[in-house]
Ligand binder design. Structure first.
Ligand SMILES: Cc1ncc(COP(=O)(O)O)c(C=O)c1O
Length: 1016
């Protein structure tokens, strides 16, 4: 007999009933309840049901005082909590006392009965466990301000003393079991010092599944928390760990159970990240404490079944926890509490999204530029899935290749998160959830031919290079670590590669962005799959390559998505690849036909629906990116962030007309005129190139009082009637009515097509003779020219570069005859030629009026006219000039932003360098392709004239069209231009890089080779 048994109360039911009457004035039916140390009776009276507790005499008074004070505190401050509430004795005291049969004094307490079934006997739904967490959270929140000397007890159940379990290991018989416990004790020893740094308060400390009661009628509702015998001052997180340890017993998903409790607790009493980070170990160590105390007591008390009640399930749970990756368990728990699955996880995906334009292409060219399709692994019945799952990679590959050939597909994509049935092996059984398989693909698969090279999009350090030999494993597997500035470090995993990489890369080696990582492997090397790359990111850099989960449980996809964010953006796949929005092409074509002017044309026989622009790329509704070498409006790149920001900022501040004072219009006029020769000092702002040319004509008329126009053949100056009238490109073609009497058409000064007997150095002068003749004709009729208008590089006429001296001579002639000279820089201005801001400068002239548009606002509709003081003085004739939108603060903010970028990033310099590089490449092609008659260009204004015969210069119109269509098929946009549509026209954005240039060259090479083969 030990002391405890002598002090254990041993009252008969009658004696207990007498105590009840004496101290509480109550009578009723008493029934004994099990208790380890005290004696408890359920008491049913007319006034309600209670528990009469007769306290073990050995319990220090301070402890029963503590429990009483705790219950009194909860009664006073959290009266609605479903915990026992004290019924005071007749004396008014919370505790009464009596002397028992052994002559020792026992204290007595009467508390209200809490109704419900023990959690241990219920289903433990997520809802119930969440509710349990909430209740514990409220409970602990109510105790934040509570303290009592009795709370400072020395209990083996104090989680801070869990290390004492080591001293009890001797009572555990099996060596294997001891080793299991030792593993958790070692982990605990590493984290124990951190416990001292965590918030501590008085907690229940024993919310086990027998002390938690569930509503009899509603299994999702917690109806009570009982037994405060283990309460003490301890780290708050222990409350959650203990409840989770017991809720997880015999639970199919113990971490899910813990997550439900933690999230409930967190909702009422926010947990801290460092607390949640310890939860997995604290859950485990509570179980270790439990099984070692049971073992120890069993060795003292010969198998007391009460002590062993939770032993078997505790061992089972410990073994399950041991098989899990603790980092994944912690990620699940963190996520349940609203924290990142691992610190920095969300920032990585955000950084990649923001910096996607700066990433080097993972494939030879940006991945989004390849015609791509989903690989059908998401469809369990698809023959490719079936053959893959059956271990027949060659058959699967043959099916895929046939599909690609039939549909022009070059890249297969296996998306992140896809539910797949191909993961048949034992290795895909979940370690978290019983009877569950891992089925969700957590990487991004890129399917291309074996041997396809893959490159790192960011600088990297090689973490590991290894070969996984298991069938359906990764084959050659490489992990790289990336540490970009402003982004938490992360790892990229490259699986199913060819083994050649093992001989080439070593751990610790540095790779530059764009460096070769490896090649897609053959099935014999890649684990037995159709050739592809499994690319995966891990925001947890502590995981080794083989720990990174390639496939995960559907239930925790949200957790995996943070630990292993979708690598699509990193790989350069556009979001639109996965999700189409808006109307179908057919529907839009139909609605255009019904609702819009019928003569709006659509490019290409099979029209493209673009949904996004980004830098040099336009992205269609299937996520395919096209290298835009044609659309010169987005001068500094599509959706340039500086422009977008300037526009948004001004739009949210003010947009109004020019009748009020504003800084932007004068600032922009100052900056714009500063780019022009000193004579051109006055600006007028409008909304389109047509409007700019229209205003130029008004200025001209006011200044000269004349109408007569001299315009170049095949030119286009705008869409209003008076501009159509001076655009032979329009009035001479379908629907045109020929030239009006005041319109005089001069020959296109196209050196390539100049008569053979003209010496090259005389081309300028000779072509100018055409203008001289027109003037002479007017003068013969007693008239004179009002103006001469020309694009400084006639583009519609086929990227025609004016011969040297041409404009000098023409301007001289026109001015001598009293006319003004208008330079249309709507296409060619704003530094496109690189050497100068304005293309007319290459001719050494200064126009009287310059019109500008398209590139001026990088896509924002604005345009301008700049002229001389003399011309504007003539225009200022008393009639007000008003333009509702022209020169508004938003447009001027945009214009300023465009100039800032051109100047700040030296885009003119870039245009010249890249333009020269392209010209060299085109000339090299000209040496190989007879069809290339002429290569013309300056900066990023480029043309390739195609001819069927270099001698006769017969236009190769069909070839040009085939090249344009072939380039489009290969993801590059260009146009055809000129009277015979035989000039390939290219005007890529000024940010065009060498890499973009190489892309364009490669596509042109492929396309020329292809068209040459097919057209002969
Ligand atoms: C040389 C030239 N001038 C003027 C215009 C008319 O500009 P907008 O279409 O902005 O009215 C164009 C348009 O294509 C053009 O190419």
């Amino acid at each position: 007999m030990n002391d405890m048994l002598k002090t254990t109360p041993d009252f008969s039911i009658d004696a207990a009933a007498a105590l009840l009457a004496e101290h509480y004035g109550l009578s009723g039916t008493l029934s004994p309840l099990a208790s380890e140390r005290d004696q408890n009776f359920k008491v049913e009276t007319a006034e309600g049901t209670f528990i009469l507790k007769i306290v073990n005499a050995a319990e220090p008074e301070v402890e029963s005082d503590f429990q009483t004070a705790l219950l009194a505190h909860l009664g006073a401050h959290a009266g609605d909590l479903p915990v026992p509430h004290i019924r005071p004795a007749l004396s008014g005291a919370s505790l009464a006392s009596t002397t028992g049969p052994h002559g020792v004094r026992h204290r007595i307490r009467l508390v209200s009965w809490v109704e419900g079934r023990p959690l241990a006997e219920t289903e433990r739904s997520d809802a119930a466990l969440h509710a349990l967490g909430r209740m514990l959270g409220r409970f602990d929140a109510a105790l934040k301000g509570f303290m009592h000397p009795g709370a400072l007890r020395d209990l083996d159940w104090d989680i801070r003393h869990a290390g004492r379990s080591a001293g009890r290991l001797q009572h555990v018989a099996a060596a294997e079991d001891r080793a299991l416990l030792e593993r958790f004790l070692t982990r605990f020893a590493a984290i124990a010092p951190r416990l001292a740094m965590l918030r501590a308060a008085v907690i229940h400390n024993d919310a086990n599944d027998w002390n938690v009661l569930v509503d009899n009628g509603d299994a999702d509702r917690i109806s009570g928390l009982i037994d405060f015998g283990d309460a003490l001052h301890a780290p708050v997180i222990a409350e959650v760990a203990i409840a989770a340890a017991y809720a997880g017993l015999d639970h199919a998903d113990p971490i899910g159970a813990a997550a439900a409790i933690a999230s409930g607790f967190h909702a009422e009493y926010p947990l801290q990240e460092e607390e949640v980070d310890l939860l997995y170990d604290l859950i485990a160590i509570r179980l270790v404490t439990s099984v070692t105390i049971s073992a120890s007591r069993r060795s003292h008390t010969q198998d007391n079944p009460y002590l062993a009640i939770s032993e078997r399930p505790a061992w089972t749970l410990l073994r399950k926890l041991d098989r899990m990756n603790p980092r994944f368990a912690t990620a699940i728990l963190r996520k349940a509490c609203g924290f990142e699955a691992t610190p920095g996880a969300r920032a990585v995906a955000g950084w990649i999204a923001r910096n996607r334009k700066a990433l080097a292409p993972l494939l030879e060219r940006p991945a989004a530029t390849y015609p791509a399709a989903l690989v059908p692994y998401g469809d369990p019945a698809h023959p490719m899935t079936v053959t893959s799952a059956a271990g027949q990679p060659d058959a699967a590959q043959a099916i895929w290749e046939a599909h690609c050939r039939g549909n022009g597909i070059e890249l297969g994509v296996g998306p992140f998160g896809e539910e797949r049935t191909v993961y048949a092996g034992e290795m895909f059984v979940s370690r978290f959830i019983e009877k569950t398989r891992r089925t969700r693909h957590l990487g991004l698969d890129l399917f291309m031919a074996a041997g396809t090279k893959v490159f790192t999009p960011l600088p990297a350090t090689v973490v590991s290079v290894e070969i996984e030999k298991e069938p359906l494993g990764y084959g050659c597997l490489i992990a790289l670590r990336h540490e970009p500035e402003g982004c938490p470090p992360f790892v990229s995993l490259w699986g199913h590669l060819a083994h050649e990489a093992t001989g080439r890369l070593k751990a610790g080696e540095r790779l530059e962005a764009g460096a070769l990582v490896g090649e897609m492997g053959l099935p014999t090397e890649n684990g037995g799959w159709a050739p592809h790359l499994h690319l995966q990111l891990s925001t947890d850099t502590n995981l080794s390559a083989t720990e990174i989960l390639g496939v995960g449980e559907a239930r925790y996809l949200d957790v995996w998505a943070e630990l292993f964010p979708d690598a699509s953006t990193f790989a350069g796949i556009a979001g639109e690849f996965y999700e189409r929005h808006g109307r179908s092409h057919e529907e839009i074509v139909k609605l255009r036909r019904e609702l819009l002017l019928p003569n709006l044309s659509i490019s290409y026989d099979k029209p493209i629906k673009f949904v996004r622009g980004e830098g040099v790329f336009l992205i269609d509704d299937s996520g395919r990116a096209y290298l835009d070498c044609f659309n010169n409006v987005c001068h500094i790149g599509h959706a340039h962030p500086v422009v977008v920001e300037a526009m948004a900022k001004q739009a949210e501040t003010l947009n109004t007309n020019t009748r009020y004072l504003h800084d932007n219009i004068v600032a922009y006029a100052e900056r714009l005129t500063a780019t022009l020769p000193k004579e051109l000092t006055v600006a007028g702002f409008v909304n389109s190139g047509s409007e700019a040319n229209g205003l130029a004509l008004r200025l001209m008329r006011a200044h000269t009082g004349r109408e007569n126009a001299i315009t170049l053949d095949w030119s286009y100056h705008g869409t209003t009637q008076e501009l159509i009238d001076i655009s032979p490109y329009k009035f001479r073609r379908k629907g045109g009515k020929g030239p009006k009497p005041h319109v005089h058409v001069a020959a296109v000064p196209d050196s390539y097509r100049a008569p053979d007997d003209w010496p090259v150095e005389e081309h300028g002068k000779r072509f100018a003779e055409s203008v001289a003749e027109l003037i002479a004709g007017m003068q013969a009729r007693g008239e004179g020219p009002g103006f001469f208008i020309a694009e400084s590089i006639p583009s519609v006429a086929g990227q025609v570069f004016l011969p040297e001296g041409y404009l000098k001579e023409v301007y001289r002639l026109v001015r001598a005859a009293g006319g003004v000279c208008i330079a249309d820089e709507v296409q060619v201005g704003f530094g496109r030629v690189g050497s100068h801001w304005w293309a007319f400068e290459t001719q050494g002239v200064v126009p009287d009026i310059v019109t500008m548009g398209k590139p001026i606002g990088d896509g924002h509709p604005m345009a301008a006219v700049v002229t001389t003081r003399a011309v504007t003085d003539s225009f200022n004739n008393g009639m007000e000039y008003f333009n509702t939108f022209g020169g508004n603060p938003v447009s001027c903010a945009v214009g300023l932003a465009v100039l800032d970028v051109i100047e700040g990033e030296d885009l003119r310099g870039n245009a010249l360098v890249i333009g020269n590089y392209l010209m060299d490449a085109f000339r090299a092609m000209q040496a190989r392709y007879d069809v290339i008659g002429d290569v013309r260009g300056l900066g990023l204004f480029l043309g390739i004239e195609l001819v069927t015969d270099r001698r006769t210069k017969a236009p190769a119109t069909e070839f040009a069209r085939a090249v344009s269509n072939g380039a489009r098929r290969r993801g590059v946009l260009m146009g055809t231009e000129g009277p015979h549509d035989n000039v390939l026209k290219m005007r890529p954005p000024m940010i065009f890089s060498k890499r973009d240039a190489d892309h364009l060259i490669a596509v042109l090479e492929e396309t020329f080779a292809d068209v040459t083969r097919t057209l002969g």
